[in-house]
Every structure is written in C-alpha cells, then in structure tokens.
Design a protein around this ligand. Structure first.
Ligand code: AMP
Length: 239
C-alpha cells in the first residue's frame, strides 16, 4: 500500500491518500490537545498507544458485527482505513455523569445514568461543537432521519460491547464520542476509539484513566493509557 499525500491534518491525527482511492492511512501523532486547541502538548508514545488501542477496540466491534472503517495496522502509529463520507455529527453516550453534562445540568459527577443518555453535537471547531438534536440535524441536512436512527442504534450497540469489555477488566466506561460515515449504502463507524475520546474510570477507586488526566493536569497521561490497554490485554510492543 503506497502512502500518498496528506489529505487532512487534525489536532492529533493525519489522513493520507493511498494508491487506492477507497482507502486512507490514518496516522496517529504524538500531539494532544484539549479545550478546542487551547491546551496542547506532545506526549511520547501517544501515537503508537492510541493507534494500537484503536485497532484493538475496532476489531472487538467488528467481531460483534458492528461495521467499522478499520482494516489493519500498517505501522506502530499508522492504520489502513476505508474512505468514508463522514457525517458532521458527533454521537455521545454516557453511562455515568461527567464533563459537559455536569456543567450543563448541574448534576453530580459519577451519578450512574440509567438508561444511558444519547446526545448529538455538531462537529464544528469554530462553533465549539454545539449540542444539536435530531430535528436540527435533519433540517440542516447533517444527517437523514434513517441515518439518525442507524447512528443511535449503532452507538448503543457499541455501548453494549464496550461497557462489558471494560467492566471485565475492572474499569467503568463513563462516556464516549463516536463519528460515522457513509459507505456502500449504510453507515460505518469512523474516526477512532481511544482514551482521547472517551472517559474511563477504575471501577474500585474511580481514578480517571483517560484524557481528563491531560485536561486536569493529573499527570502520567500515557502511562495510564498504557495501563488501560494492558488491563484489556493489548500488547503495545506487538508492532
Ligand atoms: P463532554 O461532552 O465534553 O463531557 O464529552 C463527552 C465524551 O465525548 C468525553 O469522553 C469526551 O472525551 C468525548 N468527546 C466529546 N467531544 C469530543 C471531541 N471533539 N473529540 C474527542 N472526544 C470528544
């Protein structure tokens, strides 16, 4: 697979063309950012850790019958993915209250959410990813009614698989964000699943094991991502 020119550089990942127009290379960089780019840093090993973490999770989801864009790991910080027509919408599921939900509604952090909540946000940095709903998404053409239903179903299906996976490894999957794209008539999970885009707490102590360690200056950011991975059975030296 020939690596072509860079198509797009996000805050932590870059997308490269390949000699196959249907496939892209996702390159996970060591860059990290929070607060809409207001806080940035380079963290040693982050690209490798997130690439292998994402590969492990995407494979688990594929095994459970959830379609993803992931194809295979190419290098420690690079994976081959399918080219999707991405929808500009972020789907967030929460199993426990944290982050923007607590700020918005004044609820206590850590409260279990039954049933888990489902929220939509518009992917737009300039507008700081505002919260939207199904009606707005449909009216403005960000996603069709059928696509909204499919995204919600797939996002909850991901929750059933991953909640159990983390629970079996002594952790709580607090919340996470997913992005979907169109491919071959249906929706496919795109982007990434790593501790950068979800919240994970130790089940016993509720120690934060995700990007909140960076956001809140808690230290040992990548060491903790590696601990989450090791508990799940990921071998970060395998590539
Ligand atoms: P929040 O609404 O800020 O509490 O975020 C809910 C969950 O979605 C957290 O796990 C965040 O890490 C994740 N999330 C929300 N927006 C983004 C984004 N733009 N990039 C990565 N993760 C996000």
């Amino acid at each position: 697979m020939e690596k072509g020119s860079e198509l797009y550089a996000g805050k932590a990942k870059s997308v490269y063309r390949t000699d196959d127009p249907e496939r892209f290379i996702l390159a996970f960089r060591d860059d990290t950012s929070a607060f809409d780019g207001g806080k940035v840093a380079q963290l040693d090993r982050k690209g490798r850790v997130n690439n292998l973490f994402n590969a492990f999770i995407m494979q688990k989801l594929e095994d459970a019958g959830i379609p993803t864009h992931f194809e295979r790991v190419l290098a420690p910080n690079e994976s081959l993915v399918r080219n999707l027509e991405m929808l500009p919408v972020e789907c967030v599921v929460r199993n426990y209250a944290a982050g923007s939900l607590c700020r918005r509604l004044g609820v206590q952090e850590g409260q279990e959410l039954l049933p888990p909540t489902f929220e939509l946000f518009l992917k737009d940095d300039a507008l700081h990813d505002p919260m939207i709903n199904e009606s707005l998404a449909e009216t403005f053409g960000w996603a069709g009614a059928d696509e909204l239903r499919e995204m919600k179903e797939l996002t909850y299906a991901v929750n059933r698989v991953l909640k159990q996976l983390f629970q079996d490894a002594g952790m709580l999957l607090v919340d996470y964000k997913l992005e979907f794209g169109r491919a071959g008539g249906g929706l496919v999970l795109g982007d990434e699943f790593s501790p950068d885009g979800c919240r994970i707490w130790d089940a016993e102590t509720r120690r934060k094991m995700d990007k909140d360690r960076f956001r809140q200056d808690l230290g040992d950011v990548i060491e903790t991502y590696e601990e989450v991975g090791r508990r799940l059975g990921i071998d970060f030296e395998s590539v």
